[in-house]
Design a protein around this ligand. Structure first.
Ligand code: UN1
Length: 515
């Protein structure tokens, strides 16, 4: 089947401008003064530039951080439920602008309509969640060992939170951090991916509007559009007690130690190399659908993308037959086209890594069962559209143990569950995992202490597409951070332990006698 064509560059630019204006992005934010620094906003649909937008340099970071710190000094004493009012308004604005925000997500990150809308929905959901959390920043009260004493903890706002986000979830990851940080009483400075400045401008404008409308302090949110040096200045800023960074393990390896060197905290969401185990009792029809979404969806560019399949040898043939057939029918092409399921890779570098990984897999004895080629898409000479690949591997070789941010699914087989779990955990990353089985004992074993070593462990569900209500993140080279739901809000606050003596006598703990 011919790949769906892409509209002309003028039409794409018009779509972007319409969306930016609808979100209230000021004309100045789009005008680059003569000789001033700028960033090229490219659409991966065609690989061509849509607009140039003004950028900042490393020297500008401290000013933005100072303004955010100033806003923090007022915001931290604003009652948390009142802070929730700001995030409630943000959620409403995101809902009202859902369609145009999704347009920008598609243009910049290449997501198909349903996934782009899903990403905006994820922001709306996290706002709802954060509003609820604004009334639930619970501290514990513990029994004191001394009579007439109360022992308790209180959670206080932390300060300026630096958010560094990646191209593949250009807005949802920002919202997980920002909506929660704001109800926690923090201010936010955001350094988005250089590949997605337009979605960032749009979200930032909507938050600015919510800030103005609810009377929250200006400066509460700062946006830094710029290059690597801008991110570095943010990471090194002593006024930023928490840096939440999403991206590659390579990036995290730099950010983590730099933040630690100044005793800041970092929350890292780094690479994944997610696997699913398919057991002999699995429902193969259900597994096939889940696997195709997780492995080929978003063109393999989620940190939760399914990259390894560990299949019981008794079902490998029927499963692969279904998967290869499903892959062969995947509609690839313009994500603006109704019915497309696989859009483009983000850029040429990404395509190069895809081909190199396939080459290395072949050299290591892998057999490409389907996909791997590049598709020409009319009107998109510099767009990188590829056929998602399935590669059967003789063993878990080096290339399988690495994260290649593209749609390649490596297939390995096993005979005993112990063997499957060993293969599963035998990679440096630890984000998401799943098991497909109808056998409760196998499912329980997989989620037990000696099962999957990941932060996300699913049963009869693929590895991607987590809900916001749970804590999101992973272990090992994934960085250990947890964001979004459950008690993840605690990372955005500081805890104080309070002992209150109402007895009228001085009693020392541990029965110490003094004076
Ligand atoms: C990411 O790819 O950085 O679980 C985040 C998921 C999405 C978030 C992915 N909710 O796939």
């Amino acid at each position: 089947t011919a790949a769906a064509p892409v509209p002309g560059q003028e039409a794409l630019r018009e779509t972007a401008l319409r969306a930016l204006r609808a979100c209230g992005v000021a004309e100045e934010a789009l005008r680059v003064a003569d000789g001033a620094a700028s960033l090229s906003a490219v659409t991966c649909l065609t690989g061509a530039e849509l607009l140039r937008v003004p950028a900042v340099g490393a020297d500008d970071v401290e000013g933005v951080v100072d303004a955010a710190h100033e806003a923090f000094t007022t915001w931290r004493t604003t009652p948390a439920p009142v802070r929730g009012g700001l995030v409630k308004r943000l959620g409403q604005l995101l809902s009202e602008h859902k369609e145009v925000l999704a347009d920008l997500v598609t243009l910049e990150a290449g997501k198909i309509r349903s996934e782009a809308l899903g990403e905006v929905q994820e922001m709306i959901d996290v706002c709802d969640y954060a509003v609820g959390i604004s009334r639930q920043l619970y501290g514990k009260t513990m029994p004191s060992e001394r009579p007439g004493h109360r022992l308790m903890e209180t959670w206080h706002p932390l300060g300026v939170v630096g958010v560094i986000s990646a191209f593949n979830f250009p807005v949802a990851v920002w919202s997980w951090n920002s909506a929660i940080a704001l109800v926690c009483g923090d201010s936010v400075v955001w350094k988005p991916s250089e590949k997605t400045p337009l979605t960032a401008l749009a979200c930032s404008a909507l938050l600015d509007r919510a800030i103005a409308e609810t009377g929250a302090p200006a400066g509460l949110h700062g946006l830094l559009l710029g290059g690597r040096e801008v991110g570095e200045a943010l990471v090194d800023s002593p006024r930023v007690p928490l840096v939440s960074a999403t991206g590659s393990t390579r990036m995290g390896r730099e950010v983590g130690p730099r933040v630690a060197a100044r005793f800041g905290r970092s929350l890292l969401e780094l690479g994944g190399n997610n696997a699913a185990v398919v057991t002999a009792s699995a429902d193969l029809e259900l597994a096939t659908r889940a696997i195709v979404f997780s492995a080929a969806g978003t063109a393999g560019q989620r940190c939760t993308t399914l990259r390894r399949l560990i299949v019981h040898s008794s079902v490998v043939e029927p499963l692969l037959e279904r998967l290869v057939a499903a892959y062969g029918r995947l509609p690839i092409g313009s994500p603006l086209e109704q019915g497309t399921l696989v859009g483009p890779l983000v850029d040429a570098g990404s395509h190069q890594r895809f081909t190199e990984a396939l080459e290395r897999a072949r050299e290591a004895g892998g057999e490409v069962l389907v996909g791997g080629g590049r598709r020409d898409v009319e009107g998109a000479e510099d767009g990188y559209y590829v056929e998602p690949a399935i590669v059967r591997m003789p063993a878990q070789t080096d290339v399988v143990r690495e994260e290649t941010f593209a749609p390649i699914l490596y297939v390995l087989t096993y005979d005993t569950l112990d063997e499957a779990i060993e293969l599963h955990n035998g990679v440096p990353q630890g984000l998401s995992s799943g098991i497909f089985t109808a056998d409760q004992r196998e499912a329980e074993r997989f989620i037990a202490a000696d099962g999957s070593d990941c932060g996300i462990v699913n049963v009869n569900i693929g590895t991607s597409g987590a809900e916001i209500g749970g804590a999101f993140g992973g272990e090992k080279e994934t960085g250990g951070g947890r964001e979004s739901g459950s008690d993840s809000w605690q990372a955005y606050m500081r805890r104080a332990t309070n002992t209150v003596n109402y007895s009228g006598e001085l009693l020392l703990a541990q029965d110490v006698n003094f004076l």
